[in-house]
Design a protein around this ligand. Structure first.
Ligand code: G4P
Length: 539
């Protein structure tokens, strides 16, 4: 093995790239911040929120984030801890931005599912969990807000197993709850961890470690009045629970569970330490020529997100690229597979929240930002060999549609430019309506909030004021192969439009019309995405 290959393997082994998924308000921002605190990336908690506030001052479209109290854009946070290199892919929390979240999950090697101890499994968690399951992404569970009176931990565990259909195995178990939440018992290392202090969560907490089986003298003594109850629960888990089988975790069949409070920092470090040990290293990803081994093949990567105008002072587009194999070296050339063009990777940035620092080398699992001259699309593969494409950037059929009306006809050019760039970012999907005689484009989105963001950004960045008239459609299906236009001629609740590439797309008002067409026209092949690979629908 050459020194270079050895170095590559070492770098891969120490990388952990994951996303946190949760229902809004479960505490994702807080947990992310605390992981950064423990990872040494920030010295005092509060910095991420402060950074968010500072960002608002410099970037005007993010004003919308502030107004709505949501996170519109996602970024990547990187830190080193205990020899590990950790990449947290930040996913937007609002359910309207789910498509962006789904794409981010495609770039992650595992997901941390954050659950509010009082609320249990919430609708958004279920949806995101389902996507992870379909993509075979290993899932870790962090039950948050243990400092508040929540639900019984055994009941939460059962709910996760029943509602999500996955086995759960607690790596640690909470000691007390609400104001009495004192620590966790670490089932793997057989030790009790008690937490003290912590300056209301802004700095790290102190921990006291008491080694021993749950029933042993020192542990029993430290548990005090809670001892019997906790020892009973731990015995129950020992007898009836699943063992922590790494193969099952890797296959997404078993979720290791942790308890804690991101607010007070109780349980954050034990989670981080165990997670880094258990979470998968960057693994071989499926491609058109089979799985690509990260450690063997030359450099390859794929684009999972594109964002324009991140910095209002410099009109730019950044393509977020996940490295999948080999080493990225600044200044070297690679092939942009869809266009078969050689490109030089000159301007690359490693992204730590919104601060950019130049990156000279990156390894599988890392995310780099490439300045995009306008050639990248979401899902594009970059590869030194240039002879394969990565598969699996999920695409979802839009469920909301509007027709674009522009107030000033003279702004037409800016309108076209803005729409093109923002659709390339994947914010909305653009359709033409060839039969209506109207040149006004139709836009489709997963959630209606995306239209608000679009309108806002078109005004702020392209100086185009527009009106978006809602259309009654809720279903979109790509028509594969040929079809008889007569089929839809007299249908008042159906319309055939074209996507950007000229592919025919059927828009329907109601899902039951879809059943009607599927039953009465078996020759019609209707697909949820324009691509050949099928992606199951999220319930
Ligand atoms: P999100 O990104 O998932 O939407 O959640 P975020 O971290 O913003 O947290 C949502 C609310 O829950 C915040 O309260 C936050 O302080 C609180 N929270 C997060 N983790 C914990 C925890 O472990 N325990 C408790 N008790 N609360 C927690 P807020 O009142 O909306 O905001 P703020 O005034 O605290 O900033």
């Amino acid at each position: 093995m050459s020194a270079e290959t050895k170095q590559l393997s070492r770098e891969i082994e120490r990388r952990r790239t994951f996303a946190i998924i949760s229902h809004p308000d479960a505490g994702k921002t807080t947990l992310t911040e605390k992981l950064l605190l423990y990872g040494g990336a920030i010295r005092q908690a509060g910095a991420v929120r402060a950074r968010r506030a500072a960002r608002h001052a410099t970037s005007d479209w993010l004003e919308l984030e502030k107004q709505r109290g949501i996170s519109v854009s996602s970024s990547v946070m990187t830190f080193e801890h205990d020899g590990f290199r950790v990449n947290i892919l930040d996913t937007p929390g609002h359910h309207d931005f789910s498509e962006d979240t789904y794409r981010t999950l495609a770039a992650a090697d595992s997901a941390v599912m954050l659950i509010d101890a009082a609320k249990g499994v919430e609708p958004q968690t279920r949806k995101l969990f389902h996507v992870c399951r379909m993509r075979g992404i290993p899932i870790f569970t962090f039950v948050n807000k243990m400092d508040r009176q929540g639900r019984d931990p055994l009941e939460l565990m059962t709910e996760i197993e029943e509602v999500l259909g996955i086995h759960a195995t607690p790596v640690n178990w909470p000691v007390g709850a609400g104001a009495d939440f004192k620590g966790v018992y670490d089932r793997l290392q057989k030790r009790l961890l008690l937490f003290h202090g912590g300056d209301h969560g802004s700095t790290q907490v102190e921990r006291e470690i008491i080694d021993g089986e749950p029933g042993s003298g020192p542990v029993r003594e430290a548990l005090g009045p809670l001892a019997d109850e906790i020892i009973d629960s731990l015995e129950l888990l020992e007898g009836a629970g699943e063992n922590l089988d790494p193969a099952k975790v890797r296959a997404g069949e078993l979720t290791p569970m942790f308890f804690g409070s991101a607010l007070t920092n109780f349980g954050v470090l034990p989670f981080l330490e165990s997670f880094l040990e258990l979470a998968p290293v960057p693994y071989a990803r499926p491609s058109s020529k089979g799985p690509i081994d990260p450690a063997v093949n030359p450099f390859s990567a794929f684009v999972f997100k594109i964002q324009a105008n991140m910095d209002p002072d410099h009109r730019d587009r950044v393509a977020f690229v996940r490295v999948c194999s080999g080493v990225f070296r600044k200044g070297e050339s690679t092939t942009h597979v869809p266009s078969a063009k050689k490109i030089r990777l000159a301007n690359s940035t490693l992204l730590m929240a919104r601060d950019r620092s130049s990156v000279d080398e990156a390894y599988p699992g890392d995310v780099i930002g490439l300045f995009d001259p306008g050639i990248f699309r979401i899902g594009d593969t970059l590869s030194d060999e240039g002879d394969f494409t990565y598969e699996g950037i999920p695409s979802f059929p839009p469920e909301h549609f509007v027709r674009v009306r522009v107030a000033e006809v003279l702004r037409r050019k800016s309108l076209e430019k803005g729409l093109l760039q923002l659709t390339q970012e994947g914010l909305v999907q653009l359709f033409k309506d060839p039969d209506s005689g109207s040149a006004a484009p139709i836009l489709g989105a997963i959630g209606p909030l995306q239209f608000d963001v679009l309108k806002f950004r078109m005004e702020a960045e392209y100086k185009v004021e527009m009106r978006l008239d809602p259309l009654p459609y809720t279903v979109a299906r790509w028509i594969r192969g040929t079809y008889d236009p007569e089929t839809f001629r007299y249908a008042s609740n159906a319309r055939v439009v074209e996507d950007r590439e000229g592919r025919k797309v059927l828009l329907l008002e109601r899902i039951y019309s879809l059943n009607h067409y599927e039953q009465n026209h078996p020759e019609l092949e209707l697909a949820e995405t324009p691509f050949d690979h099928q992606f199951d629908q999220v319930p």
